[in-house]
Design a protein around this ligand. Structure first.
Ligand code: SIN
Length: 526
């Protein structure tokens, strides 16, 4: 968007001190912190149900330091292959326990699992050197997000507006003045003192993801189009153990057609002893890494893919666990999809974007009055590969820090300086199948060329396909305001940014694994 497409519509505009876009843990934390500072907050979310946010789908849990901040710091940096920003990691670790205690325990009273003796039942996941993860079964996200949404909804200073998508940022000379939403056919401007993006990840760019269908990279695209800096976008994290089953369910991105029903098999399962086996029944992870099943996520994901290609299948063997008793939610999901027995077929799939909108230690972007928190932001904490159970924590810590800062900066929405982009006289509708077909092409391109392994030729090919696709979408967006179209625009912008970032980084590190030859597989390291 540019602020040259403007019209004198400021007189009828709505104003808010702080606008938060997104209703996962990061958005809720930012809204809460700003409201605690005594300013009014408008929280916009395109979700209509809590489970439309990735937070609701988070399984494993939320890391704490468990009294040893140095060990957590070391694990985060080691999992990132030494690429995490140590200053950002220090902020996360320093504020982790206080944020968890203040918001999740004292304010929301989350009933984290406890042992028989009444202590927290800390779990362990891959690349953690000890058990330090608070969880509720393996459905931690749901148990955090639902009370959190109720809490912010009940807060006298916070208005939550559902089913409302932000389409564009209102910008002028390097400052952000709010957003235009899709509330009316011609867009509804909301001027804000400060704007906080908390729009989550990019799962919808891939055909298989552990994110909800709505994860279309909206905040990253809007910020990038407004000129904000983005960073580390080549680091797309694939989870090693998503289900790979026959079950199918309807998907919004495929126009309601059934696609493979993918769900996460939490790393907590491997943390408790589940093993990975290939189609020959052999346990293979010890051949790839000394930490075997608990190696960093990128290493395990590539090993799983290599063994699938070599032997035809990889399963997660849960026989060492009391699966039904210890992981009832996941066990029920397996049963519902017809997966019986102890061996669950798995394959890697898109899980988390480590990069995003570049922000500082308070979530401030390179644009004045614009903040970004949660998965859409790049704080530097994750570097090239994120440690398990640090995403909820990052959303919480940076959400609180950004909300507090934003409240101090911008309680004065100014709609006298700049007009909102004019979406008037556009057709609200989109020809049937346009978005579906383009999404399918985009996902095929990302799956094939920007997946677990990349090579320079394929990255370049992806860039060419995505540039063409974005051109076709841009031509439509000039005359239409449909939300689906904006989601497609956002997905195509972010896909292209990922392709560009990948093409500019020749080094294999963490989630960005570059191979010279198109078919060269990773070998086990004996
Ligand atoms: C998991 O439960 O395996 C996912 C945890 C995470 O991504 O942090």
């Amino acid at each position: 968007m540019t602020d040259t497409q403007s019209t004198p519509n400021a007189a009828s505009a709505e104003t808010a001190a702080v606008v938060v876009v997104g209703s996962g843990i990061a958005g809720c934390s930012a809204a809460l912190a700003a409201a605690r500072e005594g300013v009014d907050v408008l929280l916009l979310t395109k979700a209509t149900k809590p489970d439309d946010a990735s937070t609701d789908w988070a399984q494993g849990g939320i890391s704490t330091t468990r009294g040893d901040p140095a060990a957590l710091t070391e694990d985060i940096i080691a999992a990132s292959d030494g690429t995490a920003d140590p200053d950002a990691v220090d902020i996360l670790v320093e504020h982790a326990d206080a944020a968890v205690e203040d918001v999740l325990i004292d304010t929301l009273d989350i009933g984290f699992d406890e042992t028989d003796s009444g202590e927290f039942d800390y779990a362990r996941e891959a690349a953690h050197s000890e058990s330090r993860i608070l969880h509720v079964d393996a459905a931690t996200g749901t148990h955090i997000l639902r009370p959190f949404l109720n809490h912010v909804d009940d807060h006298e200073r916070i208005e939550v507006r559902q089913d409302t998508a932000a389409l564009e940022l209102i910008t002028h000379e390097g400052r952000v003045y709010g957003v235009v939403t899709d509330e009316a056919p011609d867009g509804h401007p909301i001027y804000a003192g400060t704007t906080i993006l908390a729009t989550g990840g990019i799962g919808a760019l891939y055909s298989r993801s552990t994110n909800p269908d709505d994860a279309t990279g909206d905040g990253i695209a809007m910020a990038a189009l407004a000129g904000a800096d983005v960073a580390d976008l080549e680091y797309v994290q694939f989870h090693p153990t998503a289900s790979d089953c026959e079950a199918r369910s309807a998907s919004k991105r495929s126009g309601g057609a059934a696609k493979q029903d993918t769900f996460l098999l939490s790393e907590a399962l491997r943390g408790e002893g589940a093993l990975l086996r290939n189609a020959d029944g052999d346990r293979f992870m010890p051949d790839y890494h000394p930490d075997a099943e608990l190696a960093p996520r990128d290493v395990v994901a590539r090993a799983v893919e290599t063994e699938r290609e070599a032997t035809g299948e990889v399963v997660l063997d849960v026989s060492p666990l009391e699966f039904d008793a210890e992981f009832p939610t996941i066990a029920a999901k397996c049963r519902d999809r017809g997966i019986e027995g102890d061996e669950i077929p798995v394959a890697p799939c898109e899980h988390f974007l480590c990069g995003g909108i570049a922000v500082d230690d308070r979530g401030r972007t390179s644009l004045d009055r614009l903040y970004a928190v949660g998965e859409c932001a790049r704080t530097g904490v994750h570097g090239a590969n994120r440690l398990a159970s640090t995403s909820l924590l990052e959303g919480l810590v940076w959400g609180l820090r950004a909300g507090e800062d934003a409240a101090g900066v911008g309680a004065d929405p100014d709609h006298t300086v700049v007009d909102a982009p004019d979406l008037l006289n556009r057709d609200p509708d989109l020809p049937e199948r346009f978005a579906t077909e383009k999404f399918a092409r985009l996902q095929r391109t990302m799956d094939e060329y920007l997946g677990l392994e990349r090579n320079p030729e394929e990255i370049a090919r992806a860039g060419a396909v995505l540039r063409r696709l974005k051109g076709e979408v841009d031509a439509y967006i000039r005359t239409r305001t449909a939300r689906d179209l904006y989601e497609l625009r956002n997905a195509s912008v972010v896909a292209l940014l990922i392709a560009r970032a990948a093409s500019e980084n020749a080094e294999s590190v963490g989630c960005h694994y570059v191979v010279e030859d198109e078919r060269e597989p990773e070998q086990p390291h004996p």
